[in-house]
Design a protein around this ligand. Structure first.
Ligand code: TLP
Length: 346
């Protein structure tokens, strides 16, 4: 038995995706001639309500491409101190672009306090870097997959526009947010200039992300993607799976959310686990262990018993539900958690 809850990135392509990949019509995408990539980009742009979109190899490449296209050397990005763009992209804006990150404390619900954002915006002064971009994440991974409210997205957009700043959304799990809110993804992205979302997480495509925004921006981002080594050729083979992801795999994310809730409610009953199941809104469950329990050891013992989870920043454990994980798997995983944690608290 192996129940892999480490991430929704572990999903395998569906049979429909494999068929679409096999049959994909292809061309050289660097010439703009891959019809399947072009179809995916047009579909993706439409779904997030933007003029144009670009197909990239990963969420990291999508976010980095966006930040490097929005900003130049000496510019500054306001972002969350728990954001993937700040914590987990190897400092790319600074490494590659001479761009300073300006982290603001992420509130437990994943938002950035708007007064703190406003206070961090630099006035014009030769001593200062130039504030150029605000980046937020929705759903918020480190904050347990929480969904940023629609009203917050529009307030943030309005604040940025008031100061002439651009906004980028790391929407790696944008469609989880859309399904949780019961709105089209375009409602979440309406107030953001650009958005990156992943095809390869809950949507189960094997590879790929989308960066969407104004046509003029995407034109420049195509050059940035080239600089990042992301100009690929017969990419339609991969884009074909992305089209299936967007047309067939969005609505079923609701099932992952139900399973995550079931897992969280079960885990919250265990004496070894500290977890508030009312905070679980999408497919991510983050828990703290009770005093005296070691995270690395517990993760290892769960793995030996067939349940894979991730040790996460701050002494936490993360479990993520996804395509291929059933309600029965959740019940089995809960029984394993109980067995693994029991001896310590007997
Ligand atoms: N997240 C991965 C790990 O890097 C932690 C995961 O398992 O959750 N934005 C967000 C919010 C993400 O969670 C991730 C990946 C990315 C961007 C980057 O996507 P990839 O892995 O495709 O580069």
């Amino acid at each position: 038995m192996r129940i892999d809850l480490r991430s929704d990135t572990v999903t395998h392509p569906t049979p429909a995706m494999r068929r679409a990949m096999y049959e994909a019509e292809v061309g050289d995408d660097v010439y703009g001639e891959d019809p399947t990539v072009n179809r995916l980009e047009a579909l993706a742009a439409e779904m997030v309500g933007k003029e144009a979109a670009l197909f990239l190899s990963s969420g990291t490449q999508g976010n980095v491409c966006a930040m490097l296209t929005h900003c130049g050397r000496g510019d500054e990005i306001i972002l969350g101190d728990q954001a993937h763009t700040f914590l987990s992209e190897a400092g790319a804006p600074a490494v590659l672009g001479g761009i300073t990150p300006r982290p603001i404390h992420n509130q437990p619900d994943g938002t950035l306090d708007l007064a703190e954002v406003e206070a961090a915006i630099r006035p014009e002064n030769v001593h200062f870097p130039t504030t150029r971009l605000i980046t937020v994440e929705n759903t918020h991974n480190q904050c347990g997959g929480m969904v940023l409210p629609l009203s917050y997205m529009s307030q943030l957009g309005a604040l940025a526009r008031r100061y002439g700043l651009k906004t980028h959304l790391d929407g790696a799990r944008l469609f989880n947010a859309a399904v949780a809110l019961g709105v089209p993804a375009s409602a979440i992205t309406a107030d953001m200039d650009t958005v990156q979302f992943c095809l390869s997480k809950g949507l189960s495509a094997p590879i790929g992300s989308i960066l969407a925004g104004p046509a003029e921006f995407i034109h420049r981002a195509r050059r940035t993607r080239k600089i990042l080594g992301g100009g690929t050729r017969q990419a339609g083979v991969i884009a074909a799976a992305g089209i299936v992801a967007l047309t067939e795999m969005v609505d079923r994310l609701a099932e992952d959310h139900v399973n995550a809730k079931r897992l969280a409610e079960g885990l919250a009953q265990l004496p070894g686990v500290r977890l508030d199941p009312t905070r679980v809104q999408t497919n991510i469950v983050i828990m703290q262990l009770a005093e005296g329990l070691n995270v690395a050891e517990t993760v290892e013992r769960l793995r030996e018993a067939g349940v894979l989870v991730s040790a996460f920043y701050g002494g936490r454990i993360r479990a993520v539900t996804h395509y291929g994980i059933t309600a029965e798997d959740i019940d089995t995983a809960l029984a394993v958690f109980q067995r693994v944690l029991e001896p310590v608290h007997a």
